[in-house]
Design a protein around this ligand. Structure first.
Ligand SMILES: [Zn+2]
Ligand SMILES: [Zn+2]
Length: 382
């Protein structure tokens, strides 16, 4: 990558960072991306997506998709550098970096379009943070003829220049639960005449913590976190209703099912014990991000040409990239974005990705896109 191109990409990232837009409202971001791609002469594919951009380079079979997410978070940025957010939202997950690297890759791949062995479909995906974008993209049908898809997430614990990768599960399946408990309101001095919502909820929260520790193998990574409880409004009234919510993270289909079943059983039994009514609702959330066992080793080897590639353990974070992998083979990598000892984590209000990390991210797309086109062309001619 030339110095001038690097400077250009860094400036683009700063521009996007300064003007973040939250999930499903990435309107200006979408316009910016479309404008930039059009200026490069890259074909935009019209879909009914309200935000996000699908574009295409090359022609014919096979088709390989490259995906970057574009949405920001409703977090007030605490960084003070000159390109910090100026609108109250924040690219605290580094999706500004992801989309910039795909733009950079698009520019380099467009320049060698006549040498490409097929079509590259660029997916600038909206609404990753709310687990909706990948499903919306799939619904447009733009992945129907795609042989494989690649994507990545920047990782604060890896240094610029490093790529973390593993076959099979790399990120967790996510559950989002909300449990609403209905007791019987009454005077705090006569709990015997009511049904105690507070005690029911706190007992549920306690009992739920026994699922992972007592019913799941210690060799099976599993998380259950209750993160938000709400009940009551004053000191001398037993509230009639309350709720709690949180998340479960698992790495296999069987364990995901086991956790949901156990969760439901414990919540219902605890409600019964206290005579309360209960309702559980589950959010629409991603499955496990599962890296294709045939393609991942190829990308692992190929990436050594431009990066230090490390075999990493799975992350208990989730990714809606998993939705693509349920339909087509996919590879999702972690790309070093910081690497400092106290690097703020993703979603932190002082989160920061280093510009120096851009070249490896661009190369990840450029080199592996061509690798996969060649791989599938060869396979088709065999
Ligand atoms: Zn995020
Ligand atoms: Zn993210």
């Amino acid at each position: 990558m030339t110095e001038a191109f690097y400077d250009k990409l860094a400036a683009i990232r700063h521009e996007i960072h300064q003007n973040p837009e939250v999930s499903e409202r990435e309107y200006n971001t979408t316009e910016f991306l479309k404008g930039y791609l059009s200026e490069l002469g890259i074909k935009i594919i019209e879909t009914d997506l309200r935000t996000g951009v699908i574009a295409e380079i090359g022609s014919g079979q096979p088709v390989v998709a490259l995906r970057a997410d574009i949405d920001a978070l409703p977090i007030k940025e605490k960084n003070t550098f000159d390109y910090a957010s100026k609108n109250g939202a924040m690219h605290a997950c580094g999706h500004d970096f992801h989309q910039t690297s795909l733009l950079g890759a698009a520019e380099l791949l467009k320049a060698k379009e006549d040498q490409l062995n097929g079509t590259l479909r660029l997916i600038f995906q909206p609404a990753e943070e709310v687990s909706k974008g990948a499903y919306a993209v799939l619904e447009t049908g733009v992945l129907d003829d795609v042989s494989a898809i690649i994507g990545y997430h920047n990782m604060p614990f890896l240094k610029p220049g490093q790529i973390g990768l593993r076959s099979k599960a790399i990120m967790a399946a996510v559950e989002k639960f909300k449990v609403t408990v209905k007791g019987v309101s009454g005077h705090a001095a006569r709990p015997d005449l009511g049904v105690d919502t507070v005690l029911t909820i706190t007992s549920m929260v306690n009992n739920l913590q026994a699922i992972v520790s007592r019913t799941v193998s210690p060799f099976e990574p599993t998380v259950l976190s209750v993160t938000h409880i709400n009940a009551g409004s004053t000191w001398n009234v037993l509230p009639s209703e309350g709720f709690f919510e949180g998340t479960i993270r698992t790495f296999t289909k069987e364990n995901r099912q086991h956790m949901r079943q156990q969760f439901t059983t414990i919540v219902e039994q605890t409600a019964q014990q206290f005579g309360a009514q209960v309702e559980i609702s589950w959010g629409q959330t991603p499955n496990v991000t599962y890296n294709d066992e045939e393609l991942t080793p190829l990308i692992f080897e190929n990436s050594k040409k431009f990066a230090e590639v490390i075999e990493v353990g799975p992350s208990t974070g989730g990714e809606d990239f998993a939705a693509y992998q349920e339909k087509i083979p996919g590879v999702f990598a972690f790309i070093g974005g910081n690497g400092e000892e106290n690097a703020p984590d993703l979603h932190h209000d002082t989160f920061i990705v280093k510009d120096e990390a851009l070249p490896v991210a661009v190369n990840y797309f450029v080199e592996n896109a061509q690798l996969l086109l060649n791989y599938f062309s060869k396979k088709a001619s065999e």
